[in-house]
Write a protein that binds this ligand. Structure first.
Ligand SMILES: [Zn+2]
Length: 250
């Protein structure tokens, strides 16, 4: 039987498939989907996953579970020290589906040129060689930032933002983006489906607010768990929740 979270469970930002929860800051938090709808959705997604099979073969339906990424940031060691104090470390709060990555207990406040702030923006660990804030278009309107769509780490020419932590604040000269739609995929799955790393595909979700998404970047790598990452604007546009399955069209 599906193991659903009890009503009133605190929402999460990025959630493993099968754990039906909702984007931390999505416009429509848990509660606007009735428990019955939730259960139907959970079971449907389980059936689709079973149809696809445990091992991806050329015959497997090209179904990819969706993970909605709420706004979050990646920080360098130095940035973390500026915000949380010298020698500060991230404390894992929840593992993400991609091995080795986690949502940290630590969060930051993001301030933009309109002097408005978004609080509780989750830091994803581990620390990186660059600092980057991943927001939605809606967040950009609120903050007064025109956010380009970029792949992770491709930060030249992107706007900056001010981050505030408990030990200090930090002005990032660049690094505020909307993450490009992308699919994490193992080399085995890519081979079975005749897809290449860095290729763009289209994906479809049927339903009352069904969509076809274009310019979805395929990222093939060893150990990558099959999952499509969308921001909350894309997810909310199609009424998607974590674990919903989208179909690759080409
Ligand atoms: Zn991703």
């Amino acid at each position: 039987m599906a193991n659903l979270p009890p009503p009133g469970t605190p929402p999460d930002d990025m959630v493993p498939v099968g754990d039906l929860k909702y984007a931390e800051d999505s416009v429509c938090p848990a509660g606007c989907v009735t428990p019955d709808e939730e259960l139907v959705r959970f079971v449907t997604n389980r059936v689709l996953q079973e149809l696809q099979g445990r091992t991806i073969t050329p015959e497997s339906p090209k179904l990819v579970p969706v993970g909605i990424s709420a706004r979050h940031c990646h920080l360098t060691e130095e940035a973390l020290a500026a915000l949380y104090g010298p020698g500060a470390k991230l404390h894992p709060y929840r593992d993400l589906r991609q091995a080795g990555f986690y949502a940290a207990h630590e969060t930051v406040t993001v301030v933009g040129p309109r002097m408005r702030a978004i609080e509780n923006v989750r830091i994803l660990g581990p620390t990186r060689k660059y600092s980057q804030v991943e927001l939605s278009r809606t967040d950009g309107f609120m903050l007064g930032l025109s956010l380009p769509v970029r792949d992770s780490g491709d930060l030249d020419g992107t706007p900056g933002a001010t981050l505030v932590g408990p030990a200090g604040s930090l002005r990032l000269e660049k690094g505020a983006i909307r993450a490009i739609r992308h699919i994490h995929m193992s080399s085995e799955a890519a081979e079975a489906w005749s897809l290449r790393d860095r290729q763009f595909v289209r994906t479809e979700f049927e339903g009352e607010k069904g969509v076809i998404l274009t310019n979805v970047l395929v990222r093939v790598g060893k150990g990558q768990i099959l999952e499509m990452h969308l921001d909350t604007d894309d997810g909310n546009a199609a009424d998607l929740v974590n674990g919903d399955m989208m179909r690759i069209l080409d």
